[in-house]
Design a protein. Structure first.
Length: 412
C-alpha cells in the first residue's frame, strides 16, 4: 500500500492463541455440562486406579501376615527320612538314642521317630472275624513324634516314655476312628482289638496341626509296635519329625544327618521348609502380578469409556467446533481443548480411585487387626496414572475434532 509516496507493509493478522487458563476453564465447562455422563465415564478409571492402589497396599500389608502364618504352621518342621540308597547299609536307620541326639542340637524343641505299620483290622470285640472288620492305618510313633505333631485331645491323654519303654499295650485313636468304633468316653478304659491284639484306649485326638492323618489312624508306642508286628517294612521307611524354634529350621536341618548318623549321613534325607522370606516374596509377587493384570484391564476399560464419551462429544459439538474455527481457533486449539477434557476426566477418576483404594486397604487392615502399609511410591503417582489414561484415551477424538473442516461444521 502506498501512503504519501512511500510503500507501507499491511499489518499482519496476529495468530490466534489460547491461554492455559482458558483451556482448563473450557475443559471444566465441557465436563460439568454433562455431569452424569462424566461420572459414568470416569467409573472405569476409578475402578482401575483403586484396584492398583489396593493391590499394592494389600500386598505390602499381608506380606508380613503370610510370613507369620507360614512360620507358625510349617516353618518349624523338619523331617528326616531313611532312603537306604546304599545296599551295604543295614540295620535300623535311627539309633536308639536318635531322639536325644536330635534334642542336643540347639534350636530343637521336640523330636521323634514314626512309621506306618500298615492297615490292620480294628474292632471292639475279641475273637471277631477280621474279614468283617474295617481296616485302619496304624501309626507307630515315639512320644516325641506325637508331641511334635501338635495334637489336640478330645479326651484322655497321650502316652509317654513309660508306656513306650515298657511296651505297654495302649493306643491313641483319631476322633474319626473313635466315632466309627463307638468310643466317646474313656473313664471305662475301653479297649480295641488291632489284629486281634487288645489295646487300651487312653486318648482321642480331635485335631493335629501337623500330619492330620492322625485323625484317621490308630497310634501306638513305637516299642509296642515293634514288639507286636516287628520292625518297619522296607516299603514303609522310618521317618523322624523334628520341631524347631522359629528361625532355626535351616540351621538344624544342616546338622541333623551328621548328628543322627555320623557313620552314614548319606542314608538320611533331611527336608527343611523353604525360607519364609522367599515364600513371602514369591506369594506377594504372584498376587501382585495377578491383581495388577486386573487393574490394567480395568484401566483399559476406563480408557475405552473416556474415548467413547469424548468421541460422542466431538460429534455432538461439531457446530461449536465450526464456530470456533471461523472465529480464529486453529486445529491444534480444538485438539487441545478435547484432550484437556479427557485428561480432566482421567485425573478426577485417578483421584477418586486413589482415595477408594487407600480406604479399602485401611478398612481391611482394621477389620483383621493388621497394620496398614501404604507405600508413597504406590499412592502418590496413582492420580497421574488416571491422567495418563485420560490423555491416551482422548488422543483419537481430539485428532478427529481438529480435522473437521469449518465450512462443513457450520453446515450441520
Amino acid at each position: 500500500m502506498r501512503v504519501l509516496g512511500r510503500w507501507r507493509r499491511p499489518h499482519a493478522v496476529p495468530p490466534a492463541r489460547i491461554s492455559t487458563r482458558d483451556l482448563v476453564r473450557e475443559a471444566l465447562a465441557g465436563v460439568l455440562q454433562r455431569p452424569a455422563r462424566s461420572t459414568l465415564t470416569t467409573l472405569g478409571t476409578v475402578v482401575g486406579v483403586a484396584t492398583f492402589v489396593a493391590v499394592l497396599g494389600l500386598t505390602a500389608t499381608t506380606g508380613a501376615q503370610i510370613s507369620k502364618r507360614f512360620t507358625v504352621l510349617a516353618a518349624t518342621e523338619v523331617t528326616v527320612e531313611d532312603i537306604a540308597a546304599d545296599a551295604d547299609l543295614e540295620g535300623p536307620p535311627f539309633t536308639p538314642d536318635a531322639e536325644s541326639r536330635a534334642l542336643a542340637i540347639d534350636g530343637v524343641d521336640q523330636a521323634g521317630v514314626y512309621w506306618f505299620a500298615g492297615s490292620r483290622p480294628v474292632g471292639r470285640l475279641p475273637m471277631a472275624d477280621s474279614a468283617k472288620l474295617d481296616a485302619y492305618p496304624v501309626v507307630a510313633a515315639s512320644p516325641g513324634a506325637v508331641l511334635a505333631m501338635r495334637p489336640t485331645l478330645a479326651a484322655g491323654r497321650l502316652y509317654d516314655e513309660f508306656h513306650d519303654g515298657h511296651r505297654q499295650h495302649v493306643a491313641v485313636l483319631g476322633q474319626a476312628v473313635a466315632q466309627r468304633l463307638g468310643i466317646t468316653r474313656l473313664d471305662t478304659q475301653p479297649a480295641v482289638f488291632v489284629d486281634g491284639v487288645p489295646l487300651t484306649v487312653i486318648g482321642i485326638v480331635a485335631d493335629a496341626q501337623r500330619h492330620g492323618e492322625l485323625l484317621l489312624s490308630v497310634t501306638v508306642p513305637r516299642a509296642t509296635a515293634e514288639d507286636l508286628w516287628g520292625p518297619p517294612a522296607s516299603g514303609d521307611p522310618t521317618r523322624m519329625i523334628v520341631e524347631t524354634r522359629l528361625g532355626a529350621a535351616q540351621v538344624v536341618a544342616a546338622q541333623l544327618a551328621v548328628a543322627l548318623r555320623p557313620d552314614a549321613a548319606n542314608r538320611l534325607r533331611v527336608t527343611a521348609p523353604p525360607d519364609p522370606r522367599s515364600l513371602q516374596e514369591g506369594v506377594a509377587a504372584d498376587l501382585s502380578a495377578l491383581f495388577l493384570l486386573l487393574a490394567g484391564i480395568c484401566l483399559v476399560i476406563g480408557a475405552v469409556g473416556i474415548a467413547n464419551t469424548t468421541l460422542v462429544a466431538v460429534l455432538e459439538r461439531v457446530p461449536e467446533i465450526g464456530l470456533r474455527r471461523c472465529l480464529g481457533a486453529r486445529g491444534r486449539h480444538v485438539a487441545a481443548q478435547f484432550l484437556t477434557e479427557s485428561a480432566v476426566l482421567g485425573t478426577l477418576g485417578g483421584l477418586a480411585g486413589t482415595a477408594l483404594g487407600a480406604t479399602a486397604v485401611v478398612a481391611v487392615a482394621v477389620l483383621w487387626e493388621w497394620t496398614a502399609v501404604l507405600e508413597p511410591w504406590a499412592v502418590l503417582p496413582a492420580p497421574a496414572l488416571g491422567t495418563l489414561t485420560g490423555i491416551v484415551a482422548g488422543l483419537y477424538p481430539a485428532l478427529r475434532a481438529s480435522r473437521i473442516p469449518p465450512i462443513q461444521a457450520l453446515q450441520r
